[in-house]
Design a protein around this ligand. Structure first.
Ligand code: PEP
Length: 253
């Protein structure tokens, strides 16, 4: 069983055309391990997707940060999965905690989105994670399992799904989960998948960690057995993203 290391960069709601071009230029010049070793996906805001796709090196790929839950139509302000596939955008991030919290996206709604996006041919980075209150109440696995269950009830084929475990308390806070904390949840989640979805899926689906990953902490996290890569926010806008990509080599060391 090998799970290819995956590094995603979530640019969130950041960037001007010039800034985006600069980030892409930095990525294009970087010397990183080959596509056999690491899969790299960057996720600019919708409006920059065509620009980034046109400029980005061919061994890196692009992702949207969201899409609508079903076929497009009278949904002002939304972008449909069909539009993303029409533009050859291969990936989409769904269920990010910022959307779950600020836009009240429920587990069921996220599950519906994941199923619809997959059915349209997109690959999905599906985010799960607990708040600090939930962690302190001892319900981390319960929360993460419920979020994953809502996806599992709607999805049969997991080939095009990457699960991003992103504890809410670690996102954008500079407070990274320790390697042991990350490993514990990834291992528990994989065990939950084995028991509830299937052992083959549990052993092949990639579970990546997100939450204040940076150039300094990535290698120690990457060394953990069930950490299959990262979803990176703030640091994906900086040159240290290259170091995070390079941490993939920890797996083959
Ligand atoms: C994210 O938003 O997915 C994220 C992990 O952010 P940060 O790395 O900034 O904590």
């Amino acid at each position: 069983m090998t799970r290819k290391f995956f590094v995603g960069g979530n640019w969130k709601c950041n960037g001007t055309t010039d800034e985006v071009k600069k980030i892409v230029a930095t990525l294009n010049q970087a010397e990183v391990p080959s596509e056999d070793v690491v899969e790299v996906v960057v996720s600019p805001p919708f409006v920059f997707l065509p620009l980034v796709k046109s400029l980005l090196r061919s061994d890196f790929h692009v992702s949207a940060q969201n899409c609508w839950v079903r076929k497009g139509g009278a949904y002002t302000g939304e972008v449909s999965a069909e539009m993303l596939t029409n533009l050859d955008i291969p990936w989409v991030i769904l269920g990010h905690s910022e959307r779950r919290a600020l836009l009240a996206e429920s587990n069921e709604f996220v599950g519906d989105k994941v199923a619809y996006a997959l059915a349209q041919g997109l690959k999905v980075i599906a985010c799960v994670g607990e708040t600090l209150e939930q962690r302190e109440a001892g319900s981390t696995l319960e929360v993460v399992a419920a979020q994953t269950k809502a996806i599992a009830e709607r999805v049969k084929n997991w080939d095009n799904v990457v699960i991003a475990y992103e504890p809410v308390w670690a996102i954008g806070t500079g407070k990274v989960a320790s390697p042991a904390q990350a490993q514990e949840v990834h291992e528990d989640l994989r065990a939950w998948l084995a028991a509830n979805v299937g052992s083959d899926i549990a052993s092949t689906v990639r579970i990546i960690y997100g939450g204040s990953v940076n150039g300094a902490n990535c290698r120690e996290l990457a060394a953990k057995a069930d950490v299959d890569g990262f979803l990176v926010g703030g640091a994906s806008l900086k040159a240290e993203f290259i170091d995070i990509i390079k941490s993939a080599t920890v797996k083959s060391a």
